[in-house]
Design a binder for this molecule. Structure first.
Ligand SMILES: Cc1cc2nc3c(=O)[nH]c(=O)nc-3n(C[C@H](O)[C@H](O)[C@H](O)COP(=O)(O)O)c2cc1C
Length: 394
């Protein structure tokens, strides 16, 4: 049941609802939480959800998608500590806070790519000079470790070494054509990801939750994608091997995701209204999440898995989450767009005041705001983002 407690190491998670990472593009230029960022996370604190999984937080300046992406540094770590303290004061029971660490790679302000990818570069060509060197990649585990250490000192219960949605660590997983230590073989393509996990583990206190959000398949056909064959069908042979390595390294929570929101957003976030008519019905995307998660739970029963993609179920989202939790598809249920639209959905469910009229409509406006280089939030129910969306459309 969604209200059940879960214990991992010494950490108690008070219920199975996870607020998924949702980037707001609203931080200060030094990467510290801005006013809108703080407002959003205070709503998260009051939501009653067991876990708040903070949005993508860059480990270095050149790895940011935009100048308002979150970034933790020695200079600004105090503002993260202050925000977490306010959140803990606002929450009516202890929540678990996880910070997602990222390098945006191809999506950085100046694209930093692992290799030339003919699918992505059809619409966004990138020069040879943007391919990162092995020396640059060698420097990243220390940056992940430093950011993780600051995060834990600031009060986060865990960190996420993010490898999904086409960002650098995930792009490397399909760097079949890259020469050198980070391309070609499975060992080389997974090297940086696993090295970053090792470096983070060594840098933080025992008891810290070591988590990862993995794009199990980006659903981009081989040789331009991971976990996908030449025909564009799911192929879980390499993801299985990789998850085996994650388990060996003691990963505590695997947050499962699929798809690349820059290439096939309908896969990652099935929608009712979006930029194009998807080549598959949303139900096929929802079923894919279930298939992938069930497969992982069968192969690695002891691994704690967060399931994704619940917002599309709208007023049935919690019912569906309970069904999947009971069926052993996942151990925690992740809600993304839903919490932007209806931050107190879980608390209202618990107090039997759930209001189906406040549910996310999956209209893609939050994504549109982000792509329009604006602060992102729910443009349906929140007046600030609604006005911003209207202005953008003018
Ligand atoms: C506006 C927006 C921002 C997002 N930011 C992040 C992010 O920072 N990190 C991440 O891993 N996923 C991010 N996602 C993906 C969500 O966490 C989630 O996986 C996706 O929306 C599907 O779940 P849902 O159907 O519950 O919304 C974002 C999605 C949207 C729409």
């Amino acid at each position: 049941m969604i209200d059940d407690v879960l214990r991992i190491k010494n950490t108690v998670i008070n219920n199975r609802a996870v607020l998924q990472p949702m980037e707001g593009c609203d931080c200060n230029e030094d990467g510290s939480p801005g006013e809108l960022t703080a407002e959003k996370y205070l709503r998260a604190a009051e939501s009653g959800a067991g876990v708040v999984w903070f949005e993508a937080c860059a480990v270095c300046l050149e790895g940011r998608t935009n100048v308002r992406q979150m970034m933790i540094t020695e200079q600004n770590a105090g503002s993260f500590r202050a925000l977490l303290q306010k959140m803990r004061d606002a929450a009516d029971q202890r929540q678990v806070y996880i910070l997602q660490l990222t390098h945006s790679g191809r999506q950085s302000v100046r694209p930093l790519i692992a290799y030339h990818n003919s699918v992505y570069e059809k619409t966004r060509p990138v020069g040879d000079e943007n391919i990162v060197t092995d020396g640059y990649l060698d420097s990243l585990p220390d940056k992940y470790a430093a950011a993780a250490k600051l995060a834990v000192e600031a009060g986060f219960d865990g960190v996420d070494i993010k490898s999904c949605h086409g960002y650098l660590l995930q792009e490397l997983l399909s760097a079949y054509s890259r020469p050198g230590r980070y391309g070609g073989s499975f060992e080389n393509r997974t090297r940086l990801y696993l090295d970053c996990i090792g470096a983070v583990k060594a840098a933080v206190a025992d008891g810290t939750l070591i988590c990862t959000r993995l794009g199990v398949s980006d659903m981009v056909p081989y040789p331009n994608g991971f976990g996908c064959d030449e025909r564009g069908e799911l192929d879980l042979s390499e993801p299985d091997r990789l998850i085996g390595e994650l388990v060996k390294r003691g990963i505590d929570i695997l947050n499962v995701t699929v798809g690349n929101p820059y290439y096939n957003p309908h896969v990652n976030r099935p929608y009712r209204k979006g930029a194009y008519t998807p080549p598959e019905p949303p139900e096929a995307g929802l079923q894919r999440f279930i298939t992938v998660e069930k497969h992982i739970k069968n192969a690695f029963p002891a691994l704690t898995v967060v399931g994704s993609g619940f917002s599309y179920y709208k007023e049935k989202a919690i019912e569906e989450a309970e069904r999947q939790l009971d069926d052993g598809v996942c151990d925690l249920a992740g809600f993304g767009r839903m919490w932007l639209a209806y931050p107190s959905f879980y608390k209202d469910h618990a107090s039997k005041t759930f209001d189906s009229k406040k549910c996310c409509l999956c209209c893609s406006k939050c994504t549109e705001l982000m792509r329009g280089k604006r602060e992102s939030g729910c443009a349906v129910y929140n007046g600030y983002y609604r006005n911003s969306y209207k202005e953008m459309k003018k």
